[in-house]
Design a binder for this molecule. Structure first.
Ligand SMILES: [Ca+2]
Length: 370
């Protein structure tokens, strides 16, 4: 029951390929130090300097943002088309069968849980401080960073400018939302280059920064626009570094959720079953993942809640997770479940974040007891 837009379906499919995610975004970072040797094999296409449209965009951007036109022309002009990135944006060629159990197994495994325990132990103070200041529990923050990049282990190896330029100027034309998507990525280029210029980077330094195929960066995989809006300096060193400062990452993820209406103390979801005698599944599914139903209206339509769920004060949504040929999994999602889907617009993603965080927390408690 993800939001059914082509990009989101695409994202879901991609999880199965490379555990990529990332909706959140970039900062005043003076330390974009992630300059791993650039993988030249990824870049097959010509330089965007050869494209009139791209250079016109560079000039317009420089003028709009009051940046040095030569600087912007070089940053865009020296980026390259990457066929892999373009191909990843194509709608799937055959119908994609969603399977929560398969999806879950990609993210919740002993290696990721163990890495999560180490991350939690190493950053306990920052996690506690974030929970206090933003109201977002440690396990949700730990779940996000684990699902996104295995705690910084896999932050992506595409040059951000190559990825963004490819998606801005060569978004697959047969995609149903090609125009809208390419405008989005143009805007992300603008945000990224504004940040880079502001921190005093040379065009080549800006070009060295790496991220996902979609241009998401750092441990939390923030897009440039999210970096500008939500990233915070949580270790107080005067810069925002989402590559190397776990505290900045923790504070930024927490700030993101606070901005998207995270309710302190509210569960993310409750178990739900159904009373077949009064079940109106169409009505329950109609709002998709948007919490809409009061407990009274939810139960009147045949959803059965128990215990604390019956006292839930806010709206609920029926979340359906398909399991391929097997029966779907259902939960009653709260506004906090919905908040997690603002990070990546998928209920499968949100549930993986919640369950990874919970597993890490349980393992942490067990390890303390040993
Ligand atoms: Ca910092």
């Amino acid at each position: 029951m993800t939001l059914q837009t082509p990009l989101h379906r695409f994202r879901f499919a991609i999880f199965f390929i490379a555990a990529l995610a990332g909706a959140a975004g970039v900062s005043e970072a003076k330390s974009f130090k992630k300059t791993v040797a650039y993988n030249a094999a990824q870049s097959h296409g010509p330089l965007y300097a050869t494209r009139t449209e791209a250079m016109q965009f560079a000039d317009d951007l420089a003028s709009r943002r009051d940046l040095d036109p030569a600087w912007v022309r070089e940053a865009i002009g020296q980026s390259r088309y990457i066929s892999t990135v373009s191909r990843l944006m194509q709608p799937p060629t055959k119908p994609f069968v969603k399977n929560w159990r398969v999806y879950r197994s990609r993210f919740i495994d002993p290696i990721r849980i163990e890495a999560g325990v180490r991350f939690w132990q190493a950053n306990q103070q920052a996690l506690e401080r974030a929970e206090k200041e933003y109201g977002v529990p440690a396990e949700i923050i730990v779940g996000i960073i684990g699902v996104e990049t295995i705690y910084g282990r896999d932050t992506g190896s595409f040059r951000v400018m190559d990825a963004l330029s490819t998606l801005a100027f060569d978004f697959p034309a047969d995609h149903p939302r090609a125009t809208e998507r390419s405008e989005y990525f143009k805007s992300e280029i603008e945000q990224f280059l504004t940040l880079e210029s502001r921190r005093g980077a040379t065009p080549m330094e800006a070009l060295e920064i790496q991220g996902s195929y979609a241009g998401a960066m750092g441990m939390p995989q923030f897009m440039p626009s999210s970096w500008i809006k939500y990233a915070v300096d949580f270790d107080g060193d005067g810069t925002i570094d989402l590559w190397n400062s776990p505290a900045d990452v923790i504070g930024s993820v927490a700030n993101y959720f606070k901005t998207f209406n995270w309710q302190p103390g509210m569960p993310t979801h409750y178990p739900v079953s159904f009373d077949a005698s009064r079940l109106d599944m169409d009505a329950l599914m109609a709002p998709d993942i948007l919490p809409t139903f009061s407990v009274a209206s939810f139960t009147a339509k045949g959803a059965v809640l128990e215990g604390p769920a019956l006292q839930h004060p806010g709206p609920l949504a029926l979340i359906e997770l398909l399991n391929g040929p097997d029966a779907p999994t259902y939960v009653a999602g709260t506004e906090n479940f919905y908040a997690i889907t603002r990070y990546n617009w998928s209920s499968y993603y949100a549930m993986a974040v919640i369950e990874l965080g919970r597993e890490v927390k349980q393992e942490l408690v067990r390890s303390v007891g040993r």
